[in-house]
Write a new protein. Structure first.
Ligand code: GLN
Length: 547
């Protein structure tokens, strides 16, 4: 049976709970334990799939097709453990399960209440797969004191109470603000936050204190005393240059030791930190720089492309270079012209939804093709590259995507990208209508692509002829234009196993121009970079237009 670590946050949001959880997971692995990380989000959306990237950042997709919070991306990048549908839940999902059961008469005529019905549903979620790992790390989204969070806090209180003593540990993240005028770090907000937790029956065992300034021993002792925590379980967390420093920095600060002490695991197995030492070596001893432009429409919030920027960093580590990413607003590019891309070693057009900004992406694909700049098109970025080839090489000036026609409510394009209504997933055929719900109805999760022998993409994957990456899209390049596009040089180098759905395109006559319908960035890790990103960075290094 797994031991549980519950991670909560107080004082302010955005303290880096997800990162602290992920780093702790990595440290427990370094000590030889198996881990799984889970996220419980108090918002009422059933999942983040329908939320704007501007609001919530990237939607992270799992192999089994769940649309989840971007923190699950951190968990995977730090532990290498593939997240599952059962690792992410929201209040919306919990309530919708409870209401569905109520309609089916599953509660045998009882009055349905937050305690026990909603809290029981949360506890059921926590227990899934508990026999599989040594440690289950469960992060509660939001901040203690939020109205929406209460059922989750109550559920973890009950959960720990029902388990044998010592099976659950509570870790709480807070902030120590620094008052420059008096030159002091203030502990009062932390005290209040812990008081708030204790008022709902939760006593933290470990406190992680974010601070911009070193925390003096005196203040640490004070926090321990006032918050009823052991002094060596008050862990300082300072700002880091790179998130990948977190495992080593938290280890030095004593986090994993404090957690194991709280479980009374003694002696604790010694950690092997070589994986993270190598990651840090690659990060700090990079030689050279490549400049990459990401041409997208959600560029105001960088979290919208979190996994892409991380995968680029990993691609840099694989080649021991630093990757400098610049965000180029595709709408701006539409207005001002593709010369905005002058001076970059490589261009990425990432995923996205809706028509706004897409002409700028088509212009970026044209620029990359003509100027022979390495290009990686991801999902929408592949679709735009196909539209560009259709318009400018295959004499289809009105080529476009059905997505934009649907959005505009009129037919303006010849749809080389069309709405997919039926496809094969494993042994099933999935069917969709345009009028279906928006949430959870895309082609989601891991799908196989069969690669053409000798193609560039196959070379990138070390000669593999089958690859599997995660998908999240409603529209699809129409295979009926394959011949016409291949005649003008755009090869369909990867197809779905049934040969119906184009998965990868590339130009044989270009140094490195690849479009993929999947999201390879989602599986990239610092210690196992996604081959397409490592290959793209390599090509960008070789690109002579050096900055
Ligand atoms: N909007 C496109 C589609 O739904 C692309 C999606 C994406 O880039 N993830 O097919």
């Amino acid at each position: 049976m797994a031991r549980y670590i519950f991670i909560t946050g107080g004082v302010v949001s955005s303290l880096g709970k997800g990162l602290a959880s992920a780093a702790l997971g990595a440290l427990l692995q370094a000590r030889g334990y198996t881990v799984r990380l889970r996220k419980l989000d108090p918002y009422l959306n059933v999942d983040p799939g329908t939320m704007s990237p501007f609001e919530h950042g990237e939607v992270f997709v799992t192999d089994d097709g769940a649309e989840t919070d971007l923190d699950l991306g951190h968990y995977e990048r730090f532990t290498g453990v593939s997240a599952r549908k059962t690792d992410s839940v929201s209040s919306g999902r919990i309530y919708s399960n409870v209401l569905e059961k109520e309609r089916k008469g599953a509660y045998l005529g009882k009055t349905i209440q937050v305690i026990p019905h909603v809290t029981n549903e949360i506890k059921d979620f926590l227990s899934v797969g508990e026999d599989e790992v040594d440690f289950m790390l469960c992060e509660i989204g939001g901040t203690v004191g939020d109205i929406e969070g209460l059922p989750f806090f109550e559920a973890i209180r009950q959960f720990a109470q029902e388990r044998p003593r010592g099976q659950c540990v509570f870790m709480h993240l807070t902030l120590l603000p620094y008052l420059a005028a008096s030159g002091e770090l203030k502990t009062k907000p932390t005290q209040h936050s812990v008081k708030e937790l204790r008022s709902i029956g939760l006593q933290p065992d470990v406190l992680v204190c974010r601070s911009e300034q070193p925390i003096p021993e005196k203040e640490r002792a004070k926090i321990a005393l006032f918050c009823n925590v052991r002094p060596d379980a008050v862990i300082p967390a300072y700002d880091l240059k790179s998130i990948y420093e977190a495992p080593l920095a938290y280890h030095r600060a004593g986090l994993d030791q404090a957690v194991l002490d709280a479980f009374q695991i003694s002696p604790a197995p010694r950690p092997d930190l070589s994986r993270w030492e190598d990651v840090m070596d690659r990060l700090t001893n990079a030689e050279g720089l490549v400049k990459v432009a990401i041409v997208g429409k959600y560029v105001q919030l960088e979290d919208a492309y979190k996994s892409i920027s991380e995968a680029l960093t990993h691609g840099g580590m694989a080649n021991r270079v630093r990757v400098k990413t610049e965000w180029v607003d595709s709408e701006k590019l539409e207005g001002e012209g593709a010369h905005l891309l002058d001076g970059f070693n490589g261009i990425i057009v990432p995923g996205g939804f809706g028509e706004r900004g897409t002409e700028g992406m088509v212009a970026a694909a044209k620029y990359a093709r003509e100027k022979k700049v390495p290009y990686l098109g991801i999902c929408l970025g592949m679709q735009m590259a196909v539209i560009e080839a259709a318009r400018n090489l295959a004499e289809m000036p009105d080529a476009g995507s059905e997505e934009f026609d649907h959005e505009a409510g009129e037919s303006r394009f010849t749809p080389v990208v069309y709405h997919l209504k039926e496809w094969v997933q494993g042994n099933y055929t999935v069917q969709r209508k345009l009028s279906d719900d928006k949430g959870g109805t895309m082609r989601l999760g891991a799908y196989t692509a069969v690669l053409k022998p000798g193609s560039k993409i196959s070379e990138v994957y070390d000669g593999a002829l089958e690859i599997e990456d995660r998908h999240r899209h409603r529209y699809e390049v129409d295979a009926k234009y394959r011949e016409r596009l291949e005649e003008v040089g755009l090869n369909f180098s990867g197809m779905s196993p049934d040969g119906r759905l184009p998965e990868c395109v590339e130009y044989a006559s270009h140094p490195w121009f690849i479009g993929v319908q999947s999201h390879p960035e989602l599986k990239s890790k610092p210690f196992e970079p996604a081959p397409l990103f490592a290959g793209f960075v390599r090509a960008a290094m070789d690109n002579e237009r050096l900055v």
